[in-house]
Design a protein around this ligand. Structure first.
Ligand SMILES: Nc1ncnc2c1ncn2[C@@H]1O[C@H](COP(=O)(O)OP(=O)(O)OP(=O)(O)O)[C@@H](O)[C@H]1O
Ligand SMILES: [Mg+2]
Length: 292
């Protein structure tokens, strides 16, 4: 028995075409312009990092893309569909297609992990089915498969609050994947994590992009993470895009301009230096091999 509601037609996945077109996107809060005529195009699935100092407009931009915040002006077009104009069920369908991950994970702490992941199907389920926790078996299996892919299936029955921050963020990623989104937006996904967990989460986001062909757009507070994981970096300052290029083009001088810093600017100030590069298990394998 299925509890799915509302016809949801998502455009067929077509590689190579323009997937995302943002034109003059603007958000004003009173007299403050948080995002000021931002335009960029994503022509094929990509991993994009958004950087900039606090208050530059990074979160507001992401929230507008997902329609959590309404734009004051401008357009968001996804594969020919104007998502800026969507409302009601269609808007919720877009929000399914464009999943969001937050710095603070936004899980239900007392609920078990697998139920948190199943919440990713919320947008296409009836309130009644959700109230009584009635999930189709196929969804439960899929949730476990996704947790397994992220290496945390063993935690499925535990309460979310019993997990470490890194594990909780991976549950949040699993919840996002449950929506089978075309785009994953991540707002400072590693800002609350220690370097090792930060790396695991960034590795997962990279895999989601590479293996699934999803576009990932992540607000990142460290330059080294943006350089290491992203194919493209967008730099924001005072609500505007002041840089849009490859990690190679993101020189220290350019970074200084993006952060609006003076000549004393140090990259270390924006860096948590994710080290070492390998996962603990890989490290252990190398050590074991070296000992042979
Ligand atoms: N709901 C809101 N109401 C009023 N002003 C807001 C609101 N949300 C954001 N702003 C303002 O918009 C500007 C951009 O904020 P935003 O949170 O997008 O910046 P950010 O780049 O994500 O910063 P941070 O790195 O600190 O997360 C700031 O001046 C902020 O105070
Ligand atoms: Mg922010």
């Amino acid at each position: 028995m299925s509890f799915e509601i509302g016809a949801y037609s998502r455009p067929p996945r077509q590689r190579g075409q323009t997937v995302f077109e943002i034109t003059d996107l603007t958000r004003r809060f009173g007299r403050n312009t948080a995002v000021d005529a931002v335009s960029f195009t994503v022509e094929k699935p990509a991993m994009i990092g958004v950087i900039g100092r606090s208050g530059a407009g990074k979160s507001t931009l992401l929230r507008m893309l997902n329609r959590l915040t309404d734009a004051s002006a401008g357009r968001i077009v996804f594969e020919g569909r104007d998502v800026t104009a969507l409302s009601g069920a269609q808007k919720r369908a877009w929000q399914s297609d464009c999943a969001m991950i937050f710095q603070q994970f936004n899980l239900v702490p007392r609920m078990d992990v697998v139920s948190n992941v199943l919440h990713g199907t919320l947008n296409r389920r009836s309130t009644l089915a959700t109230m009584f926790n009635l999930y189709p078996q196929s969804d439960i299996h899929r949730a476990i498969d996704i947790l397994d892919r992220l290496g945390i299936a063993e935690h499925a029955p535990k309460r979310a609050e019993a997990l470490s921050g890194g594990q909780q963020q991976r549950v949040a990623i699993a919840r996002a994947l449950m929506q089978d989104p075309r785009i994953v937006l991540a707002d400072e996904p590693i800002a609350s994590l220690d370097p090792m967990n930060a790396q695991l989460v960034m590795d997962d986001l990279r895999r989601i992009h590479e293996e699934d062909g999803r576009t990932v757009i992540a607000n990142l507070h460290t330059l080294d993470t943006a350089r290491r994981y992203c194919d493209r970096v967008i730099g924001m300052l005072h609500g505007r895009v002041v840089f849009d290029g490859t990690p190679e083009q993101l020189t220290t001088g350019v970074a200084r301009d993006i952060y609006g810093a003076d000549a004393g600017f140090s990259e270390a100030a924006t860096s948590t230096a994710i080290e070492p590069l390998e996962r603990p298990q890989e490290h252990a394998v190398r050590e074991a091999e070296a000992a042979l």
